[in-house]
Design a protein around this ligand. Structure first.
Ligand code: IPM
Ligand code: MG
Length: 359
């Protein structure tokens, strides 16, 4: 398997380095893994004047999977939009056709106290948010700025979904719900938006092929509220790009530890890009204190979804649980009275747990 490694900016390189060490551990056990690194985001701009340099895109297209750190930083905030780091991320999603974004939000028993909600509301929480990733207002045309007849500046974007785009993400949603608790909640704004009325219609049509899955619909404002009121009512949520962006950040905070949450972005053949959902955290970059576990858990998703290797995926998850059980904490997840370890030490701990655990 060839893995394109795109560390990106901020803490990206530090956390990705620990994930690469985990991959090297599997290689030392005999797994055939090849890794090649390339710049993206601000690093891409610095290296080639482009947040998604041609060579990086070519490598990502050739590879079997992509591991990404994070992009962005204050240094790049004033650049013109086409060369800003986020554009690298949006373009690689579009270019690789990664329309399915899986964002699990789960609470580790050892960390339930870290949530801003009461522990009983979140203990055992395990939600999977499926966000459509290549359509919607993120990519809709026309968009831009213009001057109105009265001489006022006006900005505009286009929210848009075709029925095929809705149907394919809905199908993935039902298929994933089938493997979990057979409950799927589709989130839209069908009381206001035409895009959402079509969304709901098409999801209902697709539902006919999945009679064993219980489908519900919820307006996005209510979903935002329900997520903090009673999050355990949800299992799999499927929604569009914009609503998914917002709800997945909200859901991540339910766990109290955004540094723990991985993500997968998949195409129709399950080739994927794997990245932690936290950002580049420029404030702590270079200090060796960032939590590498979300990136390491992204590898677990890579083995599960792109390499069809549930055994290795399970081993990574067990190793992470083990280090948490052993009381190992980076500063973002350290509770009162717990001593924090650094990025490298956390990587060491995971590799030691992998080496010592069952294969
Ligand atoms: C995310 C991020 C991106 C998005 C930004 C950085 C473009 O917020 O992955 O959720 O909005 O999709
Ligand atoms: Mg976001």
């Amino acid at each position: 398997m060839k893995i394109a490694v795109l560390p990106g900016d901020g803490i990206g390189p530090e956390i990705v380095q620990q994930a690469v060490r985990v991959l090297q551990h599997f290689a030392s056990e005999g797994a055939s893994l090849e890794m090649e690194t390339a710049p993206i985001g601000g690093a891409g701009y610095d290296a080639a004047g482009d947040p998604l340099p041609e060579g990086t895109l070519k490598l990502a297209k050739q590879a079997d999977a992509v591991l990404l750190g994070a992009v962005g930083g204050p240094k790049y905030d004033t650049l013109p939009r086409p060369v800003r780091p986020e554009q690298g991320l949006l373009r690689i999603r579009k270019e690789l056709g990664l329309f399915t974004n899986l964002r699990p939000a789960m609470v580790y028993e050892e960390l339930a106290g870290a949530s801003s909600l009461r522990p009983e509301l979140v203990a055992g929480l395990d939600i999977m948010i499926l966000r459509e990733l290549t359509g919607d207002i993120y990519f809709g045309e026309p968009r831009g700025r213009r001057t109105t007849a009265s001489g006022e500046r006006e900005g505009f974007d286009t929210m848009k979904y075709s029925e095929s785009e809705i149907a394919r993400i809905a199908r993935v949603g039902f298929a994933i719900a089938r493997k979990r608790s057979r409950k799927l909640c589709s989130v839209d704004k069908a009381n206001v938006l035409d895009t959402s009325i079509l969304w709901r219609e098409v999801v209902n049509e697709v539902a006919k092929d999945f009679p064993d899955v219980e489908l519900s619909h919820m307006y996005v404002d209510n979903a935002a509220m329900q997520l903090v009121r009673a999050p355990k009512q949800f299992d799999v949520i499927v929604t569009g790009n914009m609503f998914g962006d917002i709800l997945s950040d909200e859901a991540s905070m339910l766990t109290g530890s955004i540094g723990m949450l991985p993500s997968a972005s998949l195409d129709s053949a399950s080739k994927g890009l794997y990245e932690p959902i936290h950002g580049s955290a420029p404030d702590i970059a270079g200090k060796g204190v960032a939590n590498p576990l979300a990136t390491i858990l992204s590898l677990s998703m890579m083995f599960r979804y792109s390499f069809n290797d549930n055994n290795t995926a399970d081993r990574i998850e067990r190793a992470v649980r083990q280090v948490l059980k052993d009381g190992k904490r980076t500063v973002d997840i350290a509770g009162p009275g717990q001593t924090a370890i650094g990025t490298l030490q956390m990587g060491d701990a995971v590799i030691a747990a992998l080496a010592g655990g069952h294969r």
